[in-house]
Design a protein. Structure first.
Length: 161
C-alpha cells in the first residue's frame, strides 16, 4: 500500500515553519469542533492568537488540534483568551520566572474540565434519548470510553439514567 500512496509524494513542512498557517488552521479547527460540540463559534483574542503563533509546535498539527479542543472546552463566554490556551508541556516562557505549577490550580482546572465534559455528555445523552451508541459516535469516542465516563459521572454523584 505504501508504494501505491507514494506515487505522488507530498512534502509539507511543519507548522512551526509556516507561521502564517497557524491561525487559519486553528480557526478552522475551532469551527469544526464548536459545530461538533454544538457550541457557538468562539473568537480568539489577539493575545491568544499571539500565543498560538509564538509556540514552537513540536507536536505539529496534532498538538495544535489538542490545544484548540482544550481551549474550546475551557472557554466560557464565547471568547478564547490566553488562559484557555494550554500546551501539553510546560514551555520555556512558563519556566522563565522559575515558577512551578501550583498543584491546587491544576486541580481546579482539572475539575472545571471534568465538569464541562460531564455537561457535554449529559446533553448528548438527552439529545439522543439515551442511545449510547449514538452518543459515542456523536462525541467521537468509543462506546467503551463512554461507559467509563458515565461510570465516572456516577462516582461523582450524578444520576445518569
Amino acid at each position: 500500500m505504501y508504494y501505491r500512496l507514494n506515487v505522488f509524494p507530498l512534502k509539507w513542512p511543519p507548522i512551526r515553519e509556516r507561521r502564517a498557517d497557524i491561525l487559519p488552521i486553528a480557526k478552522k479547527m475551532l469551527e469544526k469542533y464548536a459545530l461538533k460540540m454544538r457550541l457557538s463559534q468562539p473568537k480568539l483574542t489577539l493575545e491568544a492568537q499571539s500565543k498560538l503563533e509564538s509556540h514552537p509546535w513540536p507536536g505539529n498539527v496534532r498538538e495544535l488540534e489538542n490545544v484548540v479542543q482544550r481551549a474550546l472546552i475551557l472557554s466560557m463566554d464565547g471568547e478564547i483568551d490566553v488562559q484557555q490556551i494550554v500546551f501539553d508541556a510546560i514551555s520555556a516562557e512558563d519556566l522563565s520566572d522559575n515558577e512551578e505549577m501550583d498543584d491546587n490550580a491544576a486541580s481546579i482546572l482539572g475539575q472545571g474540565v471534568q465538569q464541562h465534559e460531564f455537561r457535554i455528555i449529559a446533553q448528548a445523552l438527552i439529545d439522543s434519548n439515551g442511545k449510547r451508541k449514538e452518543v459515542a459516535e456523536k462525541l467521537g469516542i468509543s462506546p467503551r470510553t463512554l461507559r467509563y465516563k458515565i461510570a465516572k459521572m456516577r462516582e461523582c454523584g450524578l444520576d445518569v439514567d
